[in-house]
Design a protein around this ligand. Structure first.
Ligand SMILES: Nc1ncnc2c1ncn2[C@@H]1O[C@H](COP(=O)(O)OP(=O)(O)OP(=O)(O)O)[C@@H](O)[C@H]1O
Ligand SMILES: [Mg+2]
Length: 275
């Protein structure tokens, strides 16, 4: 009986695939240095993602992709460069939602119930694409309301391109690492973000914390907005109350905080009842 060297074939196919991927990434300006980043790269840059990246490079929305800034639960953030209107190279941030390891049950919760996204198909990929688009629209809406957040430049499938928030190639620190002002003043500014998001942008962040607020030279900047919902979302008040509690939890050891029910009342104009 002839034995088929299946595992060997597989090994070769895999090698070929990796080499091809490496070449394509090199064309985009990405270098893979070690085994560790190889694993990450393999997980992030599947074929769909690479194709979307290509489109963004061809359309000259980005000119190259740089190093990794962050590896989160659902997404990877990379630095990148792009040309501005006058042709100068400027920094950009590229957030790639992983198609393989997306935490998409929670995503569905936020998307279903948001009237802006009620008629999307509900396969795994579709939900992640809608999620990416939702972050883009939430960032635009936040900026239109005059609240500091990264300017969104473009999105394609699971990739979001936005303004790079940092000094040179170093991203601004998260609020947990550095407060821009005294704790009292920073607390007031953080509560101001929740209030302005609700009252001016008509959005509830839904994952607000000392990790999702950066400290820039002019004060606090809110990021990570894919999960943000409009006040019509059935859980909007619960998300808002949770955001307030998170900010209070972070500031409680640092300064005097205001009761969370009172804050909710001031922001919304109604009492909060747990449902
Ligand atoms: N526009 C940006 N400019 C500079 N750094 C950024 C930018 N966006 C994100 N970062 C950095 O990457 C980190 C992760 O970004 P973000 O919070 O958006 O993703 P995440 O928490 O991984 O997302 P998720 O929780 O949805 O998986 C941020 O804390 C910040 O340090
Ligand atoms: Mg985050």
């Amino acid at each position: 009986m002839k034995s088929t060297p299946k595992s060997r074939d597989h090994h070769h196919e895999n090698q070929d695939r990796i080499e091809k991927l490496d070449r394509k990434l090199a064309e985009l300006g990405v270098r893979i240095k070690d085994e560790d980043s190889r694993k990450v790269t393999d997980e992030v840059f599947d074929e769909v993602t690479l194709l979307a990246l290509y489109k963004l490079v061809n359309k000259k929305i980005i000119t190259s992709l740089g190093g990794s800034i962050s590896t989160g639960k659902e997404a990877n953030v990379f630095s990148a460069s792009k040309k501005n209107e006058t042709g100068e190279e400027i920094g950009a941030a590229v957030k790639i939602y992983r198609l393989r390891t997306g935490n998409f049950t929670t995503m569905s919760d936020y998307i279903i119930g948001d009237p802006r996204f009620s008629n999307i198909r509900r396969t795994h990929k579709d939900i992640i694409f809608a999620w990416t688009k939702k972050e883009y629209s939430n960032l635009s809406r936040t900026r239109e309301a005059g609240i500091p957040c990264p300017e969104p430049y473009a999105f394609d499938r699971n990739i979001l391109i936005m303004q790079f928030l940092g000094e040179g190639i170093i991203p601004y620190p998260q609020m947990r690492q550095l407060l821009p002002k005294t704790p009292e003043e920073t607390y007031e500014d953080a509560i101001g973000i929740i209030r302005d998001l609700y009252q001016k942008a008509r959005l509830v962040h839904g994952d607000l914390s000392e990790y999702n607020i950066l400290t820039g030279p002019n004060g606090l900047i809110v990021i990570d907005m894919a999960q943000a919902v409009t006040p019509e979302h059935p859980k909007a008040y619960n998300f808002l109350f949770r955001d307030i509690k998170n900010i209070n939890r972070f500031f409680a050891p640092k300064c005097k905080t205001i009761d969370e029910h009172e804050l909710f009342r001031t922001i919304v104009g109604e009492e909060f009842f747990e449902i």
